[in-house]
Design a protein around this ligand. Sequence first.
Ligand code: BYC
Length: 470
Amino acid sequence: MSAIDYAEKIPNNVNLVGDRTLQRALEHWQPHFLQWWHEMGPNDFEGADVYLRTAISVDAQGWAHYGKVRMPDYRWGIFLADPVAERKIGFGDAMGQPAWQQIPGEYRSTLRRLIVTQGDTEPASVEQQRLLGHTCPSLYDLRNLFQINVEEGRHLWAMVYLLHAYFGRDGREEAEELLARHSGDADKPRILTTFNEPISDWLSLYCFTYFTDRDGKYQLKSLAESAFDPLARTCRFMLTEEAHHMFVGETGLSRVVKRSLEVMKEVGSDDPDRIRAAGAVDLPLLQKYLNFWCSSSLDLFGSEISSNSAANFANGLKGRPDEDQYEDHGLREKTLNLVTPQGASDVPMLNALNEVMRESYLKDCEIGVKRWNRSIERAGSQFRLSLPSSRFRRSIGAWAGQPVDPQGNLMQRELYEKSLASWIPSEGDKAFVHSLMQKVIEPGRMAGWIAPPERGINNLPLEYEYVKLH
Ligand code: BYC
């Protein structure tokens, strides 16, 4: 078990003090990060005391540290999961060879691109969420938002450490660029589309943490298999933090469903207008938000047929999540039958790995939907939530720009354009959701559109003052 050295300016468990040049380079980047946090992080909450969880070691017990912290004082640092002795590469053409502690020259630029793409999403999400504090449904939720934000900040540190430690001057330049691109910026946007979408209401936040953070889980799991051991170790630790983000999404959406069902019972109707008039989210509206964020997040897996994915796997840079569960780790002989708008064809499995991952991601997304539907059924409603087809509203890959309905059927473009407003949130829907977003900050109280959570944080009561505002 590695203890984390909190006596240092940059808390770490990588013996930073033993590499003065790297330490100086990261200490040079640190004030740039803090300036970015000040300008682009949660707006107006720098003086608040937030009940946050901080890692004190990278094992399970190390998570037990909770306390009130002002966010700018949060101890962002560099934490890698403990090394596995004599770890071997677990897939691809170099399977069985020792994992790399340094990057082979020929994979430098590809690995840098992967690390930069991963790193770019972390500050992007903080930027996307920066105004949400002003409309929090409760102090409990506000605290969870800030917990996510500081951890995304730490995930940025994780990638910046790798860039500084293993990529020399190029890496240092990329680390600066990670703070220079901004979500939704017309000139310097974030790299991946979903991270340029505005998150201006809490329903979107719960969808984002349900769908987009779950892409994070899948991508981190596949990078946790990497032959490049420092990347694998840092992703393994990031995954332990990611779990809370998906928890916020799943329980957030469950609470929205629960409240909608209560209001349906109260007004004795499932008429969307009456549910909205009573100040709750009607289920068809929730379905539109699911359609939007799920389809956007499906793009994050890349094209169905991708030479990048084939090379990344064959060269040992990026595996499949939980590579151990498979029997064949080379995949040179396998094919997958893929249906594209051009028809069905067998493609080499190596080139279809983005699709393999997207399919298992969708299965994981189904789990929450099934649970929500069970509570809807128990409440006696006929309505059922569902996930859109992976062909719906795609901007990347074989189905990009195709007029496809949420069930996956190709249709006439004109009808598709007309129908889109009934499948994803219209301007009117967004205006309604925004009208619900009123800040609630009395300890223990909840906004009217969301049910309270089942329990508080770290066994504290719901009435606890999770954020002390000044
Ligand atoms: N938007 O062969 P292709 C997270 C680009 S989320 C814009 O189709 P490939 C988090 C692609 O970059 C996890 N561009 O796909 C969640 C490539 O461009 P270049 C983030 C896109 O390369 C919540 C070109 O299209 N981590 O952690 O096999 C909060 C052709 O690419 C998009 C990662 O993504 C898109 N949606 O796979 C906070 C892991 N999709 O390189 C955090 C690292 C594709 O030719 N990234 N493109 O200029 C990767 O593994 C891969 O880059 C991708 C794409 C899976 C994204």
